[in-house]
Design a binder for this molecule. Structure first.
Ligand SMILES: [Zn+2]
Length: 194
């Protein structure tokens, strides 16, 4: 259960995450506080896990000829701050102080351009597969840490489908929001008493 140990943020980096460089980020607009967490799922090829293709995709190093599906996303330049693998390992691609490219055209509570003010977390998964329990536990611990470091996040945790409805479906029907929120409140309680 080492992945569920507590996390810390130092200079915008999540301690305990494996850091991977990507060119797919830019600066947040000036005087923009982090005030939203967006939860996604991704798998490459869809519904296949492992293989390291997501990491390559976020680094613009994916071999587009390696799978027919990859040709449908050829040339896309995207990223997320964090990716939580099926094993519970956390990878960080973009410093929290920077703007990752995960949400696209989006709006939360009538506030557009969610990339400007959010942290994007990808779960390795798909719309038709259950997530791993370890992913929920790690996600809850990470989000509790982010809420403590960036208090304006508060209760503002959304799925990609919530901020880009009609365009995006992730994290999908298999993501158990109630279970996640239960684990999150436990993680927050644990942080308070630690
Ligand atoms: Zn998404």
């Amino acid at each position: 259960m080492s992945h569920t140990s507590t996390f810390e943020v130092l200079d915008g980096q999540l301690q305990g995450a494996r850091q991977i460089a990507t060119p797919n980020f830019n600066q947040r607009p000036e005087h923009t506080d982090i005030q939203l967490v967006v939860i996604h799922n991704i798998s490459l090829p869809p519904s296949q896990f492992g293989g390291g293709y997501i990491e390559q995709f976020f680094q613009n190093q994916l071999d587009w000829s390696a799978h027919p599906y990859f040709q449908t996303i050829e040339g896309m330049q995207v990223s997320a701050h964090l990716l939580i693998l099926r094993t519970g390992e956390v990878l960080q691609f973009v410093n929290f102080n920077d703007r990752a490219w995960h949400a696209g055209r989006s709006s939360y509570l009538a506030h557009k351009e969610c990339n400007d003010y959010s942290i994007g977390i990808e779960l390795e998964g798909s719309d038709d597969t259950d997530f791993e329990e370890i992913q929920y536990q790690v996600l809850a611990n990470v989000v509790a840490t982010l809420q403590a470091v960036y208090p304006k996040i508060g209760p503002h945790i959304a799925g990609h489908s919530d901020i880009a409805s009609g365009r995006k479906t992730d994290p999908g029907p298999h993501f158990q929001w109630v279970h996640f929120r239960e684990l999150l409140s436990k993680a927050k309680q644990h942080k308070k008493t630690a």
